[in-house]
Design a protein around this ligand. Structure first.
Ligand SMILES: [Zn+2]
Length: 246
């Protein structure tokens, strides 16, 4: 009668387990590949899985959108500083420029366009629409659209009327959309960047359009503070077309 030591039984079981694992591995790996390939990314650049409420505490519903808009530029110094800061942070904004300033700094307009910002019309000379200057106002919009088209090769669809004065008939006449604002920190009135940033951060909510001016160094400083703080709060910065039509 042969005698088997119990150690052989244990070794046998280990061998069977290792063999089964080796056979099963390719199937397990194949199943994992489509799961990775089919995962998609949120516009924020974060994989969807990483904004799961369980894993990060930040649900997709918590991503709030807002749009920074800058009027009156381009300014030869401050607009470039702003573009540098936005580029570092991967943020897009909307610039409502005057035809007059666009003619002086076409290279900055081209940079805005190349870096993915939206460009809108703010009239040629910053004219305010009144009861008596409708034709001149309309001509300034047309002239500015032509200047911007010449530089960017794109039709301009959005207009920010200076001081908010607008005539709805112009939307049909020119096929342009007016873009007003929800948050106005009156950045042109103070040289205190902190105060401007606080005014925006305390008021902003989802889908708000923030009005600022890239014509002052403090506005640029405040804008970048706003971006840094609101991104920490889960905001995503988009161009105004995304707020108005998406
Ligand atoms: Zn303006």
């Amino acid at each position: 009668m042969k005698h088997y030591d119990p150690i052989f039984n244990i070794l046998y079981v280990i061998c069977v387990c290792l063999t089964l694992t080796a056979i099963a591995r390719p199937f397990l790996t194949q199943r994992a590949i489509p799961a990775i390939a089919s995962s998609h990314f949120h516009p924020s650049g974060l994989p969807v899985a990483s904004i799961d409420p369980v894993s990060s505490g930040l649900a997709p519903a918590d991503i709030r959108r807002t749009a920074l808009t800058f009027d009156d530029g381009p300014h030869p110094v401050y607009t470039e500083q702003l573009l540098d800061g936005l580029k570092e942070r991967g943020v897009h904004a909307t610039f409502f420029v005057t035809g007059e300033h666009a003619e002086l700094h076409p290279d900055i307009i081209r940079r805005m366009h190349d870096e993915g910002h939206l460009i809108g019309n703010h009239t040629y000379s910053h004219i305010q629409l009144t009861a008596s200057n409708r034709d001149q106002f309309k001509n300034e919009l047309i002239q500015t659209n032509e200047i911007l088209y010449e530089i960017t090769g794109e039709e301009i669809q959005y207009v920010r009327p200076p001081y908010g004065s607008w005539d709805k008939q112009l939307e049909t006449d020119l096929n342009m959309f007016p873009v007003l604002w929800n948050v106005d920190p009156l950045d042109w009135r103070t040289a205190n960047a902190n105060r401007v940033a606080k005014a925006v951060i305390s008021k902003v909510s989802e889908n708000d359009i923030i009005l600022m001016h890239d014509y002052y160094d403090t506005s640029v400083e405040a804008a970048l503070m706003i971006v840094d703080e609101l991104m920490l709060q889960g905001y995503e910065f988009v161009t105004v077309d995304k707020i108005l039509f998406d």
